[in-house]
Design a binder for this molecule. Structure first.
Ligand code: AFP
Length: 317
């Protein structure tokens, strides 16, 4: 069988689906994986080149823009801009979506958080890229519910660089082999193990809704471990590998949750469901939410189905 690179995997997956077998969709996903390899190289050289630290600007969310945020955003825009089939690009870093191709040729919308957890860069902690792909056929633009995603994935730039993606046929994981510059298949059809691990910024305990506080109190003495990286991609990747649950509930500072529905919660929810898990905002499934604004935020509870159910029982009381 030989080495299965991501490009080969994508093409083989797409050839199984007659409606997307034109190669156009594969060409689009290969643009994303190329961009992520380039971003990985930037991340690895961050301490060597002058690309650590802030640009001095703030983004639409009022957050300080890091130089690597800016570089990652430009790389994705460049790699997707010439695909020919990308109509709209929307980035967590930009105020407005970029319209590349108005006509029918611009069939896909790509939404991404170019460098999730960029506050981790200066301390050499993991960061990531998250993406979500929508189809404009049927009239939708960028504001489509997550259940209409045609692909989603992430890359975590950690002790190794790992990519996971889904097109609705399971979740597949690849490791970047730096010696050949390619993502090589590591695991196919990943499922989330149950795992007694929770990922939540417990420093906000007093600010969480009562159900979350009751659940956190209950976990003590139940054999749980806590893990929190400050980068959703890293926490979600750990969750896919080791199991458990991740939550970022509503808080006083972020009454609607902090995470962005379109760039973070939807792609993570698609991956989680494809890996046998669940994702909810505490009331409704994340992927059923109809977005009303590009940078809309949402509470997020995601993980192994039975772990999510346990938290929800506390939320319901
Ligand atoms: P940045 O990309 O601005 O660093 O934010 C990361 C993030 O959106 C998400 O990846 C983390 O889970 C979350 O913020 C951490 O937020 P707190 O610092 O409030 O715990």
């Amino acid at each position: 069988m030989g080495v299965i690179t991501i490009d080969r995997h994508i093409i083989e997956q797409q050839s199984k689906i007659p409606t997307t077998a034109s190669g156009q969709f594969s060409w689009l996903l290969c643009g994303i994986t190329l961009a992520c390899r380039m971003i990985a190289s930037h991340v690895r050289h961050a301490g060597l080149a002058d690309i650590v630290g802030a640009t001095g600007e703030t983004n639409i969310h009022g957050e300080e823009v890091q130089k690597l945020d800016d570089a990652a955003n430009r790389i994705l825009q460049e790699c997707l801009g010439y695909r020919g089939n990308v109509g709209i690009i929307a980035s967590e870093e930009d105020d407005e979506p970029i319209v590349i191709e108005e006509g029918e040729d611009g069939r896909y919308v790509v939404l991404f958080d170019p460098l999730d957890g960029s506050g981790n860069i200066d301390s050499a902690m993991p960061v990531g890229t998250i993406f979500s792909v929508l189809d404009r056929q049927g009239g939708g633009g960028a504001l489509q519910p997550g259940c209409q995603q045609v692909a989603a994935g992430y890359v975590v730039y950690g002790s190794s660089t790992v990519l996971a993606y889904t097109t609705g046929e399971g979740v597949h994981m690849f490791t970047l082999d730096p010696s050949i510059g390619a993502f090589v298949l590591a695991r196919e059809r990943v499922t989330i193990p149950e795992g007694k691990v929770y990922s939540i910024n417990e420093a906000y305990y007093r600010d969480f809704p009562k159900g979350y506080r009751d659940w956190l109190d209950w976990t003590k003495g139940e054999g749980y471990k806590a893990r929190f990286h400050g980068a959703l991609v890293a926490d979600f990747h750990r969750l896919l590998v080791d199991g458990g649950v991740f939550a970022y509930p509503e808080t006083g500072k972020h009454p609607k949750g902090k995470l962005r529905l379109l760039y973070e919660a939807n792609p993570v929810a698609f991956l989680a469901e494809q890996a046998g898990g669940k994702a909810t905002d505490g009331e409704v499934p994340i992927m059923s939410k109809r977005p009303t604004a590009l940078h809309e935020r949402t509470p997020l509870l995601v993980g192994h189905a039975s772990q999510v159910d346990t938290v929800q029982r506390f939320l319901a009381t």
